[in-house]
Design a protein around this ligand. Structure first.
Ligand code: SF4
Ligand code: SF4
Length: 495
């Protein structure tokens, strides 16, 4: 066993209101610069929808991430030779139109307009060329239109649905959508890192944050192709790749990342996970159906004395072990098994997890009274979001893990409803808990974690020990080369 620590996150999608405050906080801090205008290290997309950049989930088109191999995954892009052959012409790259052309307005036309009977207008101007332009796309062009026949129908996850499920999802009068905030997943097996011919991308030993060395980057952009989430970007002004840095300068001073700090819906949780680095390659090479469970198994229980002993033996400071025990991410991912990785079939072993959105409470009005029936609350078959759609996004197409999550979420909701509102019979709530394999105590804890957790409970930023982790990027690369074939076990020097 080779115990490592990873700063990780959970996004509780039920609580996201799609306000984009997170995106703006990130932009103001990191990408409000020339060449980075079109970059949204944090973006929030409406699902079902086409996302940003358009159709990034379609790996037939982009060939991002990994495919299963014999004992070891292989980059979908191909090996080093295939990469070299494409180095001056890479058809697997998204173009600016797949993101959008950033623009501003000629505000002087408003300020300097002479008196007139007509309202002056500011015409849009491209931030890339400086020329007048016609706006035809933007970073959230399909915002709140995710259920429409144009955008939802083009969502690659819809392909997994039967005709009747597709009808269920896209019927206009039952229109349903949810928000999906996305940042870099700081993967355990990053496709961006493995695809970089310059060896400019590295994963920090002490916390697993994935960074691009601006010094080593040569602008080949293979990281953009290699990342199936399209979370590395090319700065067209300075010719370097850039990506989310998980606000490491903030975390090193015990502050949470800006996107999380500003999150209005309090949907975000941050904490440390321990994992077994010895099993990375074997896990990422498994067939789709086994991936979710195997990724959970990779995550270690910090309360287990054997694992704690192995962590200490690996040199892990007691304070990190302690932070791992208080991690809300561990509670969501491992203990309650409620949070799932985004597209595990991309095999990058993403370390950002999502609690899928619970179905809206269904109610009827009878005799002027508002009524919620347990059947409507708990019927998964009547879900307006087909389970297979969610499975295509979070469980590599396997419906059973989605059903398991929903049974728990619905049971916890029924239990609270029976306890606090009283319009659900106590027996129905107890039955739902039994079916979900939860105790009343579990339901209370899930409720507390979801709805009541304080700032300190939602964000357990571990100590960073940077004074012991100042290592040159060359050292990290030397280590990566020893590991070979782009497959990574981060160095332990961080502690
Ligand atoms: S999501 Fe994963 S593969 Fe993509 S940039 Fe982040 S670490 Fe790299
Ligand atoms: S700030 Fe929070 S609630 Fe608002 S869009 Fe971002 S993740 Fe969702």
């Amino acid at each position: 066993m080779d115990v490592r620590a990873q700063v990780s996150m959970v996004f509780h999608l039920d609580k996201c209101i799609g306000c984009h405050t997170c995106s703006i906080a990130c932009k103001n801090l990191w990408t409000d610069r020339r060449g980075a205008e079109y970059m949204w290290w944090n973006n929030v997309e409406t699902k079902p929808g086409t996302g940003y950049p358009t159709l990034y989930e379609d790996q037939e088109k982009y060939r991002g991430g990994w495919e299963a191999g014999a004992g070891r995954p292989r980059l979908k892009l191909g090996g080093r030779l295939a990469e070299l052959a494409r180095i001056f012409h890479n058809p697997r790259l998204p173009a600016l139109d797949d993101y959008y052309e950033p623009w501003t307005y000629r505000y002087d036309q408003l300020i300097g307009a002479p008196p007139s009977d007509d309202q002056p207008v500011a015409t849009p101007v491209s931030l890339v060329t400086g020329e007048d332009m016609k706006i035809e796309a933007g970073p959230n062009w399909d915002d709140d239109l995710g259920g429409s026949s144009i955008y939802a129908a083009a969502d690659p996850n819809v392909e997994a649905l039967t005709d009747s499920e597709r009808g269920q999802l896209l019927a206009f009068e039952r229109l349903v959508f949810f928000y999906l905030p996305r940042i870099c997943n700081h993967c355990l097996n990053p496709g961006c890192l493995a695809a970089c011919p310059a060896g400019a991308i590295y994963k920090r030993g002490e916390d697993g944050i994935v960074l691009v060395s601006q010094h080593k980057c040569r602008g080949w952009r293979m990281c953009i192709s290699g990342c199936p989430y399209k979370k590395t970007y090319f700065n067209w002004a300075n010719g370097k790749a850039e990506k989310c840095i998980l606000c490491y300068p903030r975390q090193e001073t015990q502050q949470v990342p800006a996107c999380m700090h500003s999150c209005v819906g309090r949907i975000r949780y941050l904490g440390v996970l321990l994992y077994d680095a010895e099993r990375l390659a074997a896990t990422a090479a498994l067939p789709d159906a086994e991936l979710v469970e195997a990724q959970r198994a990779l995550i270690l229980d910090p309360f287990d004395p054997e694992i704690a002993a192995a962590a200490r033996e690996a040199g892990m400071p007691e304070a990190i072990l302690e932070a791992a025990r208080r991690s809300p991410v561990f509670q969501f991912v491992k203990r309650f098994r409620l949070a799932l990785p985004h597209h595990p079939e991309f095999r990058t072993l993403p370390m950002l997890f999502y609690v899928p959105p619970l179905l809206p409470v269904m109610a009827t009005v009878s005799d002027g009274h508002y009524e919620v029936t347990p059947e409507l609350l708990s019927s998964l078959d009547a879900s307006r979001l087909p389970l297979r759609y969610l499975a295509a996004m979070f469980t590599a197409g396997e419906v059973a893990p989605i059903v398991e999550v929903y049974r728990k979420l619905v049971a916890a909701r029924l239990y609270q409803r029976a306890t606090t509102v009283g319009d659900v019979p106590r027996e129905s709530a107890t039955h739902a808990l039994e079916e979900a394999g939860l105790s009343a105590q579990d339901a209370e804890e899930i409720y507390r974690l979801t709805a009541l957790a304080s700032f300190e409970e939602r964000f357990v930023v571990p100590p960073f020990f940077r004074e012991g982790a100042i290592e040159s990027v060359e050292d990290v690369h030397e280590h990566q080369e020893e590991e070979g074939a782009g497959f990574l076990r981060p160095p332990r020097r961080g502690w």
